[in-house]
Design a protein around this ligand. Structure first.
Ligand code: ASP
Length: 326
């Protein structure tokens, strides 16, 4: 029989429905309810990714496979123009991918500047499990992927190629704010044992310099977790996130007792202070998601427009508008 606490919890959240959009403010109170497992991912493409991760988790394949298989959905989607297949290329017209993965024991694996492999997240997992290293890059990462049976393929779709050709007419490098081309998928998961897992994968900032690596494959910048405390992940202008070790700092603030929302906000405020008078300020966007050991979660961004996806037993398919600074 349902106890009163569960009944109230369902009353508060159970009517949200499919793909409901909520503001993070509204949910911040209810999110303090301990619900396990729980998955959050950046952006609306996180909805499909979460669904897959949930399925994998429910099949008993574990949190690590769940986050890997979840973000693989986004990597394989040619319509997501900033992750994996179909991702925007650099200014030379070459698609280069960054990804990392981390587990409850602080094991982690990462690849950067990887080309022609559709699922960098799976290569990152192999780096974690099959090598003494954390990070492989460029041709070394590609050779390693091939040795693990990954097939090379062209990731530049006609649509992305055409956009690149159009961009070259002006060659103006101003990574646009929000979904136009800042939409790395980062996924954080807490399982029924309250163990944490995370994954992050991207084709990086569109029209970046060839060889540029962003925050996403850097443990502590694009993704960080400490199983005693919580997990955090980032999206947005990678350079700004690296300069503050963004995700690691969000986790450290949660360790000091800050809520996920306060922790994300503090780091976004720090980033905004650093960049306020810089040329990139006009197009700067950064956003963080965070999930603590109690299953509380939040998302927060510098500018309006960032959202994140939530999946748990109560909320199937929920898209939440993150709070923002300006
Ligand atoms: N953080 C990514 C990068 O700078 C971009 C993104 O989030 O879309 O590479």
């Amino acid at each position: 029989m349902e106890n009163r606490r569960n009944f109230l919890k369902k009353s508060a959240l159970g009517t949200l429905g499919v793909s409901t959009v909520m503001s993070c403010d509204t949910l911040n109170k209810t999110s303090s309810e301990a619900v396990f497992p729980r998955i959050i991912s950046t952006w609306n493409h996180g909805l499909d990714a979460n669904k897959k991760a949930w399925e994998v988790l429910k099949n008993g394949q574990g949190g690590l496979s769940a986050v890997e298989e979840g973000v693989k959905v986004t990597e394989a989607d040619p319509n997501v123009r900033s992750v994996g297949l179909g991702g925007y290329p650099d200014r030379e017209g070459i698609v280069t991918l960054d990804a990392c993965i981390m587990d409850k024991n602080s094991n982690c694996g990462s690849v950067s500047y990887l080309q022609n492999i559709k699922h960098p997240i799976s290569v990152a997992r192999h780096v974690m499990e099959d090598t003494p290293h954390v990070m492989l890059s460029g041709s070394g990462a590609l050779d390693f992927a091939i040795s693990k049976g990954f097939k090379q393929e062209n990731l530049l779709t006609e649509a992305s190629k055409n956009d690149w050709i159009k961009w070259k007419e002006k060659s103006d490098y101003k990574p646009k704010i929000n979904i136009e081309n800042h939409d790395t998928i980062s996924m954080l998961l807490i399982d029924e044992n309250r163990d944490l897992y995370g994954a992050c994968t991207t084709s990086g900032a569109a029209w970046k310099m060839h060889g540029r690596v962003g925050d996403s494959p850097i443990i502590g910048a694009g993704l960080f977790l400490d199983n005693e405390v919580g997990a955090a992940a980032a999206t947005g202008l990678g350079e700004a996130i690296i300069k503050t070790s963004g995700s690691a700092m969000v986790v450290e603030l949660m360790r000091q007792g800050h809520s996920p929302l306060e922790a994300c906000k503090t780091i976004v405020d720090r980033i905004s202070k650093i960049h306020m008078n810089s040329p990139e300020w006009e197009y700067l966007q950064v956003g963080f998601i965070a999930l603590n050991k109690n299953g509380e979660y939040a998302g927060y961004s510098l500018r309006k427009g960032f959202n994140f996806s939530l999946q748990d037993e109560i909320n199937k398919d929920l898209l939440i508008d993150a709070k923002f600074q300006i």
